[in-house]
Design a protein around this ligand. Structure first.
Ligand code: C5P
Length: 231
């Protein structure tokens, strides 16, 4: 095991991995990085600059902009949570050259999380947890523990519907299901770093689990794989 624990958490949209990632990080004292936010920030920049998702150069310029202007605060923009940003992220993330530009940032976080956090959060860090689509396969292939979190697409669409309705957004279940199928297909079929469970990842299917169940199951897997006791 490396000096600090590195946990890779991958899986499709609305699988519960964000909730799980934050809960695991709180429980275990890990620095948490939702890498989807980087892709979403590029998608949002594309929208803000009225750029063309079919034009790779436009996507590369938006990515360069993000890398140049990156601060952790930039990822706090509330607009990044929108479905518009999610779709923009997925359309931007299909280009391999674009993904390479974001690779260094993600790896630097995994190595030097203290540089991305305030002093208070950084003290007592026991490691890092990165959440995304290709963390276990590409970003941190040597991670100590790899989890691939998934759930039936219907369950995921129901969860997303509830989340959006709670935020006052008017949407229909069928539109969400269709968008989710399109996003899954784009993420899983792209040539560059497709969404994929690493060979050594443990799959956690949250279809019939509450967030607390998913947390308990994942803690068990982590303790076993990393050979540690988690109080
Ligand atoms: O996880 P989230 O829904 O925020 O991710 C938004 C999109 O960003 C995904 O659908 C995917 O296309 C892209 N993404 C990626 N690689 C990552 C994280 C996100 O391609 N590591």
């Amino acid at each position: 095991m490396s000096e600090k624990l590195v946990i890779a958490l991958d899986g499709p949209a609305a699988s519960g991995k964000g909730t799980l990632g934050r809960a695991l990080s709180d429980k275990m004292g890990l620095a948490y990085f939702d890498t989807g936010k980087l892709y979403r920030a590029v998608g949002m920049r594309m929208i803000d600059t009225d750029s063309d998702f079919d034009n790779e150069n436009d996507v590369l310029s938006a990515t360069d902009w993000l890398v140049e202007h990156f601060t952790p605060e930039l990822l706090q923009d509330a607009r990044l949570k929108s479905d518009e940003a999610g779709v923009g992220a997925s359309k931007s993330g299909k280009y391999g050259a674009m993904r390479s530009k974001l690779l260094e940032l993600q790896r630097d976080f995994a190595k030097n999380p203290q540089n991305y956090l305030d002093e208070h959060t950084a003290s007592g860090l026991h490691g890092v947890l990165l959440d995304g689509r290709d963390i276990g396969t590409v970003v941190c292939p040597d991670a100590d523990v790899k989890l691939f979190v998934t759930a039936d697409i219907e369950k995921r669409a129901e969860r997303r519907l509830k989340e959006l309705q709670n935020n006052g957004v008017e949407v229909t279940y069928s539109d969400i299901l269709a968008d989710m199928k399109a996003r899954d297909a784009r993420d899983a079929s792209r040539e560059a770093a497709p969404m994929l469970a690493a060979d050594d990842a443990v799959v956690v299917d949250t279809s019939e689990m509450t967030p607390a169940d998913a947390l308990a199951k994942s803690l068990e897997i982590i303790a076993d794989k990393a050979g540690i006791t988690i109080e």
